[in-house]
Design a protein around this ligand. Structure first.
Ligand code: RP5
Length: 160
């Protein structure tokens, strides 16, 4: 099982480390590339083809501003594309809308902005892959159980 994480700039790396960390927690292999839809369009196109040939099953794309990276990747592949909008001078609203408002026919699954979305992209990729890899389904169940236990544990000492 393999995921390709593509980001438009190395300035996205500090946020996207949460995606890598989450995939590692689930034992999913990943590859990270810095490729931009507008700065390196040819190389991006070539990489998508190469990644598919090398076993990528899900693409995760991070970009900010006029964030068309995820949509461009979706144009070149039939694999699922998960988009993570990065923060921007416009508080990331431009990134969110650029990723979210794909016209009919070329969908992108868009997460929330920044580190929340980065983490959720890893979990969402695990959920997609769990349709094929049953061991991931089990790990996802355990992950949710642990999260619930952590919340319930707080009730033991809750006070104002
Ligand atoms: C996007 O523009 C990148 O994904 C990044 O979020 C944003 C700014 O890029 P840099 O100017 O920091 O390289 O393409």
């Amino acid at each position: 099982m393999k995921v390709s994480i593509i980001m438009g700039s190395d300035s996205d790396l500090p946020t996207m480390k949460d995606t890598a960390k989450t995939l590692e927690e689930f034992g999913i292999k990943y590859e990270i590339k810095i490729l931009s839809a507008h700065r390196t369009p040819e190389e991006l196109k070539q990489y998508i083809k190469q990644a598919e040939e090398n076993g990528t099953e899900v693409f995760i794309a991070a970009a900010g501003g006029a964030a068309h990276l995820a949509g461009v990747i979706a144009a070149y592949t039939t694999l699922p594309v998960v988009g993570v909008p990065m923060d921007s001078p416009l508080m990331g609203f431009d990134s969110i809308l650029s990723m979210l408002q794909m016209p009919p026919g070329i969908p992108v699954g868009v997460m929330s902005k920044g580190s929340w979305g980065a983490k959720n992209a890893g979990i969402f990729a695990a959920q997609i892959l769990s349709l094929k890899y049953p061991e991931l389904k089990e790990k996802l169940k355990q992950y949710k159980q642990k999260m619930a236990s952590n919340v319930l544990e707080k009730n033991k000492n809750v006070s104002l």
